[in-house]
Design a binder for this molecule. Structure first.
Ligand SMILES: [Zn+2]
Length: 76
């Protein structure tokens, strides 16, 4: 069973679910039946702001910055 990413149209929660291609699971947070499947294999194109792309990118940046700081601190 493939792993799909969904985004709730009601509360905005993004979650992953192992589900059949034609099945849309209810939102685990608010129970809404509105989640829409995201194309997880889709390569993000930074220039065209995809919805949700910003949040994911800032999360990656935050993680990278944290690692950089940790490195800097280690070197002293
Ligand atoms: Zn929701």
């Amino acid at each position: 069973v493939p792993l799909y990413e969904f985004r709730c149209g009601s509360c905005g929660l993004e979650f992953e679910e192992l589900t059949a291609p034609e099945t849309v699971p209810p939102c685990p947070r608010c129970g809404s039946a509105e989640p829409r499947r995201l194309l997880s294999s889709f390569a993000p194109t930074p220039r065209f702001g995809l919805r949700g792309g910003d949040a994911r990118r800032s999360e990656a940046e935050r993680r990278a910055r944290r690692e950089r700081e940790r490195e800097r601190r280690g070197k002293g």
